[in-house]
Design a protein around this ligand. Structure first.
Ligand SMILES: C[S@@+](CC[C@H](N)C(=O)[O-])C[C@H]1O[C@@H](n2cnc3c(N)ncnc32)[C@H](O)[C@@H]1O
Length: 347
């Protein structure tokens, strides 16, 4: 099996090289409006954002930042295939603008944006990211009533274009892409407690010092939950390419857009050793399953077709793992292309 991965150094508000209805899954995390890390980026693309922040007009700044994201959501809605899914990791922002402290509800604004574009919200996930910082409490200390709850969660919003995707009965790609029953029970919970990831950039960008990357486990899990082998996954706000790494490991094609070349440059180092990483991950996944089988009270009555372990449901029987054996790269101007070769994993 081979998968193709394309990175474009370009604005995701004009994804002219992506055909309409050609993408089965979008996994992304935009710059978060009203989080100061992103003020310069939003202001550079719309000077009225900077004016609004300077004059203490938080509502205008918030809305104009979201207008920039809306232009990308227009494109996401266009390129998404019928039955395709969009997963957006975003956090709300708390901030004093002028004299007034408030929460800016990014997640609610993005839900409205997708509903306006005709996509349907599906149940979402709260990603809990506990912080141990002693300074995390804000407001009036230990005196009521002007203290504020600490935000220790972000969202993974989920949308779909139209009804569920249809497959032929027994479709090979779909059945090979099955996940384990016990993985389903963990992944489809509405509360995830994944730890964040190191966001240091080896070569800091002109625009920012941190990558704002999400942990690899986040796109990897979403790709396995909402797509099948051979699908195309899009990340319009690619950053360091975490979604591409996840798509390679999961055996899906991918496309990513990114404005900041320095951040995107961090990707190539992430491909080094991906063959070993993918073997390690498959072995760990099977190892966890074997431990589950040994310890569970659930009935594990079905024999996997391609492996020696048993599984709980009939749907899991044809599960097939692949590992990455090599990645070739070809760059042209502002397009970077990668081709990953995969082989079936045998135990
Ligand atoms: C939150 S970061 C994404 C981090 C990424 N998930 C990772 O793991 O590295 C958002 C990224 O979107 C990029 N960006 C912002 N607006 C963009 C646009 N209109 N088109 C393409 N990329 C954009 C920023 O430069 C930034 O790298």
């Amino acid at each position: 099996m081979q998968t193709e991965h394309v990175h474009r150094l370009a604005d995701a508000a004009a994804m002219d090289d992506v055909e309409s209805e050609s993408v089965e899954l979008v996994v992304t995390s935009p710059p978060y409006p009203m989080i100061s890390l992103w003020d310069d980026l939003f202001s550079s693309r719309d000077p009225k954002v900077a004016d609004a922040l300077d004059t203490g007009d938080g509502d205008t700044a918030f809305e104009r930042m979201h207008a920039q994201l809306d232009a990308v959501w227009d494109e996401v809605a266009r390129v998404l295939a019928p039955g395709g899914v969009v997963c957006i990791n975003v956090g709300d922002a708390t901030r004093s603008v002028g004299d007034e402290f408030q929460q800016f509800p990014n997640h609610a604004r993005i839900v409205s944006a997708f509903r306006e574009r005709g996509l349907r919200p599906l149940p979402d996930v709260l990603w809990r990211k506990p912080t141990n910082r002693l300074t995390k409490f804000m407001g009036s200390g230990t005196l009521p009533p002007n203290a504020y709850v600490t935000l220790e969660h972000e969202y993974i919003l989920v949308f779909r274009k139209g009804g569920p995707r249809q497959f032929e009965a027994g479709d090979d790609r779909r059945y090979e892409s099955a996940f384990f029953w016990e993985e389903r029970n963990e992944w489809f919970s509405d509360l995830w407690t994944l730890t964040g990831t190191d966001q240091t950039l080896a070569a800091p960008s002109d625009r920012r010092e941190r990558s704002a990357a999400f942990p690899l486990e986040l796109p990897l899990r979403l790709i396995r939950m909402y797509s099948v082998y051979g699908d195309t996954v899009l990340d319009p706000f690619l950053g360091t390419g975490t979604t591409t790494v996840a798509a390679m490991l999961a055996g899906r094609d991918s496309v990513g857009y990114e404005l900041d070349e320095t951040v995107l440059d961090a990707f190539d180092a992430r491909v080094d050793g991906i063959d070993e990483q993918s073997g390690r991950r498959v072995r760990a996944r099977i190892g966890r399953h074997e431990t589950f089988v040994a310890e569970t009270d659930a009935e594990v009555a079905h024999q996997a077709t391609n492996y020696e372990f048993s599984v709980v449901t009939k749907q899991e029987r044809r599960i097939q793992f692949y590992t990455v054996c090599s990645v070739e790269q070809a760059d042209a101007d502002d397009v970077r292309r990668y081709r990953a070769s995969h082989v079936p994993y045998e135990n």
